[in-house]
Design a protein around this ligand. Structure first.
Ligand SMILES: [Zn+2]
Length: 294
């Protein structure tokens, strides 16, 4: 039976289907097709259409569905690997209330919803951005995160290196609400024994998500010790400094690169690649500079 892909789907499914792979495909409508549209007469008189609801799962030729190979969050390579796919299981600490629309790699708006996941391998949580259909029912199922520490599995995630180190779902990702295995049992036991550790990590996430009016003042040394691996994306910190003899007649306000502060002639909020600091994805924000008196 033929299954034709159109437009965006061609690229999107390239990573899902591999020659000679075996798949279980569900929710793909099958319709009758006229003889005149067949490439050869051996083809069945049907065609399958892949849509938003379609679920494609790779099978092991002998034993059915491939079991997830859950790995600790700390063992996911921190260097970019466009082909790497990772299965993780962890405790859900936070799920964004509703999906947001943001531009995807192909420039179209897609729904995205962030989930924070943690495990015993590192002392902070990791952000997983769920995309498209996964932002609906699968995320809603984890919406009781405030009352319950659910242990949930995610398969076939890829890594993302803009705005810190995060994980993204792919076309092959499954969100498994009732995962099984030794690693899962260990995490469930951990949840029972170390509620205070999980509450503490959850609080850190909530402080970033819902910042209080009170400013968090840190030292420059504390800021320096922040690495992509131990910072929470979008975390805001304040430093208290004294600028001696500031020349208040010469305050320059302008729009510049979020990363390096380079002046840029773009509208506020525009995303762009910065030629000055070489960041592939940065954003135009308000910047200002002051001088000290000569
Ligand atoms: Zn820059």
């Amino acid at each position: 039976m033929r299954c034709a892909l159109f437009g965006d789907q061609i690229e999107a499914y390239e990573e899902v289907f591999k020659p000679s792979g075996q798949y279980e495909i569900s929710k793909a409508p099958i319709t009758a097709v006229d003889d005149q549209y067949k490439f050869n007469l051996e083809e069945l008189p049907y065609q399958m259409t892949v849509g938003h609801q379609t679920i494609i799962q790779r099978l092991n030729p002998e034993s059915g569905p491939i079991e997830p190979k859950y790995q600790p969050l700390s063992t996911i390579p921190r260097s970019p690997d466009p082909n790497g796919r990772y299965d993780v299981v962890g405790v859900v600490l936070f799920v964004e209330e509703a999906p947001r629309m943001i531009p995807n790699a192909r420039g179209r708006d897609s729904p995205v919803r962030e989930v924070s996941l943690t495990d015993t391998s590192q002392d902070h949580a990791m952000t997983i951005s769920t995309w498209n259909d996964l932002t609906g029912k699968p995320c809603d199922a984890m919406n009781n995160w405030a009352e319950k520490f659910n242990v949930v599995g995610f398969t076939a995630l890829k890594t993302r290196h803009t705005r810190g180190f995060t994980l993204n779902t792919t076309m092959s990702t499954r969100i498994i609400m009732n995962p099984k295995g030794a690693r899962v049992d260990m995490l469930r036991e951990w949840v029972k024994l170390y509620q205070h550790v999980l509450l503490d990590r959850q609080e850190r996430i909530l402080n970033v998500r819902y910042p209080s009016a009170e400013k968090k003042v840190v030292t420059i040394a504390e800021l320096r010790s922040k690495k992509a691996a131990n910072a929470t994306p979008d975390e805001v910190a304040w430093i208290r400094v004294t600028i001696p003899e500031v020349d208040l007649q010469r305050v320059n306000a302008y729009i510049g690169c979020l990363g390096c502060g380079k002046w840029i002639h773009l509208a506020l909020g525009t995303r762009f690649p910065c030629i000055s600091c070489k960041k592939a994805d940065t954003v135009a924000v308000h910047k200002y500079s002051v001088n000290t008196l000569p």
